[in-house]
Write a protein that binds this ligand. Sequence first.
Ligand SMILES: Cc1cc2nc3c(=O)[nH]c(=O)nc-3n(C[C@H](O)[C@H](O)[C@H](O)COP(=O)(O)O)c2cc1C
Length: 202
Amino acid sequence: MQIEISKIPVQEAYQWMVSLVAPRPIAWVTTLSSTGVVNLAPFSFFNVFGANPPVVVFSPTLKRDSTKKDTLIHIEHHGEFVIHGSTEPDIEAINASSASFPPEQSEVAALGIQTVPSVLVKVPRLADAPFALECRLRQIVPVGDGPIAANLIIGDVVMMHIDPRILDNDGKVDPRRLRSVARLGGEHWCRSTDLFQMVRPG
Ligand SMILES: Cc1cc2nc3c(=O)[nH]c(=O)nc-3n(C[C@H](O)[C@H](O)[C@H](O)COP(=O)(O)O)c2cc1C
């Protein structure tokens, strides 16, 4: 089977892309509105891309009516955000926070999620997250201008918060304790419980 992208509708391209490139990690992102409302939403167009400096990229796409999502609007305004790990205990809340809340309503307040102040950015972080990455905006790269068009938010990680409960006895992250979840196509999610190890060739 072959599909030439220019011959299919955007929505179909989206379904193929998210079903084929899977699983994708989920950034659970807090931002702050210009009136001080804490916004929370998940984004699976997300990954890390280097460590010198540590850099993350995620993409709040344009909505079906081509308008911007609140997360993008807030980052354009303030240039700060916090990315949290998405793990098994939080799957219901992660999913619930993706609903279309009006900008003046805080997802954290509506869902009863506790926040605490961050250290280097003004955006609060989630108190019980397994880890939180305080980020400062480096660059926004809009790609396209219609529904589901990408907005690559490139951010420098300036501060990491790591819950010691996800660490092993050597102080390294234990994936069995972290229990990351990820997104696949359609309504599929997955756990990171079927682990194996391989030694890299020298
Ligand atoms: C697991 C999951 C992953 C998602 N990933 C994305 C994504 O990568 N990009 C995107 O624009 N929306 C994504 N969404 C939808 C957004 O979370 C949703 O549009 C949300 O309402 C945006 O919130 P905001 O307007 O407060 O920024 C995802 C939803 C879920 C449940």
